[in-house]
Structures are given as structure tokens and as C-alpha cells.
Design a protein around this ligand. Structure first.
Ligand code: ARG
Length: 304
């Protein structure tokens, strides 16, 4: 269990909310070799600029206690940083796509929607961002843990999000899905895939990145990936394996691809991996095209 999750706090919140105090969500089902201490570096990312990922959201815990539990003697984390635990993407006015393991408390039991807070339309988690409450958590019916399988979930927002464009630059936008009308199931060339998130800058970090990071990485063939990850599923895909990688806290966030008409499509959801940024070890992403029919059955057709 990664250290950044405040376990007693979550147990408390769950109890306070009237739910049984179960084991809290495991934000990352890390494989055995994954959590050694080292300064591996989202390792290799750049701070995002406005418009780089206007569909990016931060999924965090709601509630006044979030920033209250600080180790004795430690300084409080800036608002938002401690609350953030996963990424997600805006795919329709009322819907966020995230990872299944981001919302699972135990087995297939999902976190109470009232405990979640979605923040969007921003670059820095320490600064105020528009917020949306979650009305319903919809876990993929075939989600399984250890390692995560069918690692996707949807958050139905209580209030619809409106797109925002400032000076011609999109700050809040919906991303299409691989497999949506007009989108290929996979990019013709699996190169230049953009991954964004506020996850850790290195496996050894405790804190999340304050500034949204983006990387551009290439996909691998299933065969090449299976050589590194024998348990790779058909509904997953691999990308990276160089010095750029997603990391803990990026989970649930989008891997997107830009077509020749400058439209962006989400092809992956950050799911699992090894020690972040390990050379030769790609990150594993839920394959969005495999889940597009299920996703759109929940959300209705794509909106742009
Ligand atoms: N499961 C992690 C999370 O909860 C993300 C893992 C991605 N790891 C990687 N090395 N690509 O945030």
C-alpha cells in the first residue's frame, strides 16, 4: 500500500459516512518488484500548459478532514495535494472515466460517491479549481483485483461540467474515446501518446506533483510487452519503457492520441506498472477501445 494514502483517515471517513470501515482503496496494485526506494524519475515529464490536457481531472477525497490529518510536527500539505489520489478524464458533461482500482475499497466494493471530489480545469492542485461532486460510482462489472483486470470505472457527476475556452485555448473539454464514431480503435502508429497527471515524480516520493505533468511515449506491441509483463491482458496495452513513465497517483488518468485532424482520442487509462521510470519496463494501461461499448452504454453517445 503506497504511503501517500491516509489509511486511518479514510477508514474514519467511511465510518462517519455510515459505510462499514473496510480496507480503503488500494490506489495502486503494485507488483512485488514495484516499490523499492530509488530516485527514478512521471517521471521525465514537463509541466503542462493550458490546452495540453483540458479533459484531465483530479480525483480526490472530499470532506473537511482531508487536510487535517498531518503527522505531528509536519507542515500541512497545500489544499488539494493531500486530497488528490487518482487521475481521470472528462468524457461527457456528467461523466469522468477513471481506473477501477481508484474507486475500489475492498474486492468489488466501491467507495461511497459522497466521499469523492472531482477537480478539473486547472494545472496546479494547490490552487483553487472548479469542483464537482460525484453522484454515482460505476465500476466495470468484470473488474478484478491483483493484478487489476478490466481496470475502468465511471464517476457520474452531480452537476454537468461546461467546456471552457480562454483566448482560443481549451481549458475544459471532453475527450473522445478510441472506438467512438470517427475514431480508430488504435492509432495507426502507436507513437506520441500523451499521458498526463499529478502523480508522483519518482517512485520514492511521498507527495504528488503540484503541477500537472505531461509525457509523450510510444506504445508497444502486445508481444513485446508480454516479454516484460507475462500477465498482460488483451484488454490492456503497454507504453513507455524509457525514462518517461506514469507513476502512483497518475492512475485513472488519460493516455491520449491526436489524429491528423487535431482531434484527441483517449486510448488508455493509467492502470499499473513497475517502479516508475524503470528502463525497459513499460507502464500498463487499460485499453479504452475494449471498454468503449460498455462506457458509452453508461454515458450515452460521445459529445464534443
Ligand atoms: N497504479 C498506479 C496508481 O495507482 C499507477 C501505476 C503506473 N505505474 C507505472 N510505472 N506506469 O497511480
Amino acid at each position: 500500500m503506497p504511503k501517500f494514502l491516509s489509511l486511518p483517515l479514510l477508514a474514519l471517513l467511511l465510518t462517519a459516512a455510515g459505510d462499514p470501515p473496510l480496507t480503503p482503496p488500494a490506489p495502486c496494485p503494485a507488483p512485488a518488484a514495484a516499490e523499492e526506494e530509488d530516485a527514478s524519475r512521471i517521471v521525465g515529464g514537463d509541466p503542462a500548459k493550458w490546452g495540453d490536457a483540458p479533459w484531465q481531472v483530479s480525483v480526490g477525497y472530499a470532506g473537511p478532514l482531508i487536510n487535517a490529518r498531518v503527522a505531528p510536527g509536519a507542515r500541512a500539505a497545500p489544499m488539494g495535494q493531500r486530497a488528490h489520489f487518482c487521475g481521470g478524464s472528462l468524457i461527457a458533461p456528467n461523466w469522468v472515466l477513471t481506473a477501477g482500482h481508484c474507486v475500489v475499497v475492498d474486492g468489488r466494493v466501491v467507495v461511497a460517491p459522497g466521499l469523492l471530489l472531482v477537480r478539473y480545469g486547472g494545472l496546479r492542485t494547490g490552487e483553487p479549481m472548479p469542483e464537482a461532486r460525484v453522484k454515482r460510482v460505476v465500476l466495470h462489472p468484470d473488474y478484478l483485483t491483483s493484478p487489476s483486470q478490466n481496470d475502468v470505472a465511471l464517476l457520474e457527476l452531480a452537476t454537468p461540467v461546461k467546456p471552457v475556452t480562454v483566448a482560443g485555448v481549451k481549458r475544459v473539454a471532453f475527450v473522445g474515446l478510441a472506438g467512438d464514431p470517427g475514431a480508430p480503435v488504435l492509432p495507426p502508429v502507436m507513437a506520441g501518446l500523451r499521458v498526463s497527471g499529478w502523480g508522483k515524480l519518482a517512485s520514492s516520493d511521498r507527495a504528488m506533483a503540484p503541477d500537472l505533468q505531461i509525457i509523450s511515449i510510444d506504445g508497444l506491441s502486445q508481444g513485446a510487452c508480454r516479454a516484460k509483463w507475462p500477465d498482460l491482458l488483451d484488454v490492456e496495452l503497454c507504453a513507455g519503457g524509457g525514462d518517461k513513465d506514469s507513476c502512483q497517483g497518475d492512475s485513472g488518468g488519460p493516455m491520449v492520441w491526436q489524429d491528423a485532424d487535431d482531434r484527441w482520442w483517449q486510448v488508455g487509462v493509467v492502470s499499473r506498472g513497475g517502479k516508475c521510470g524503470t528502463k525497459g519496463l513499460p507502464g500498463i494501461y487499460a485499453r479504452v477501445s475494449s471498454f468503449q461499448p460498455w462506457i458509452r452504454a453508461q454515458t450515452g453517445p460521445a459529445v464534443r
